[in-house]
Design a protein around this ligand. Structure first.
Ligand code: NI
Length: 142
């Protein structure tokens, strides 16, 4: 039986956001979200770890050519987020609070569509600061 091998590549991007629920008053946003809701937003240097799984190709020995993975993630994700304001510049986030939780789900859905069929997206890990990251395995609850 062919071996299933996982490969992780790290990407970085910088983006701004404001955690803000438009259904609430400014006072309630400030109370609930604190400085994360400052009106002009704030920035993060995000690190995205993309883990894919697959079977090493008999001709190359690769699960997926890393140059191909890099290009695909940069074109599908990074160039749409890097140096952007997540509240305004990312159409797929419109109507959603641009938390890192919502962002990682969006990234999953976009990568899933873009990856070749034989490659399995196994895990995303999105670092918001050096001290916290979010993970997503594509799971849904009912
Ligand atoms: Ni933030």
């Amino acid at each position: 039986m062919p071996a299933l091998v996982y490969l992780t590549r790290r990407f970085e991007f910088a983006a701004a956001h404001r955690i803000y629920n438009p259904a609430w008053s400014d006072e309630k946003n400030a109370e609930l979200f604190g400085p994360c809701s400052n009106p002009m937003g704030h920035g993060h240097n995000y690190t995205l770890e993309v883990t894919i799984g697959g079977t090493p190709d008999p001709e190359t020995g690769y699960v997926m050519d890393l140059r191909q993975l890099k290009k695909l993630v940069e074109e599908t994700i990074i160039q749409h987020l890097d140096h952007k304001h997540l509240n305004y510049d990312v159409p797929l986030l419109h109507g959603k609070i641009p938390s890192t939780e919502n962002l990682i789900v969006l990234i999953w859905d976009e990568l899933q569509k873009a990856l070749p069929g034989h490659i399995r997206l196994f895990r995303l890990r999105l670092w918001e600061t050096n001290n916290n990251y979010f993970e997503y395995y594509g799971e849904k609850t009912d």
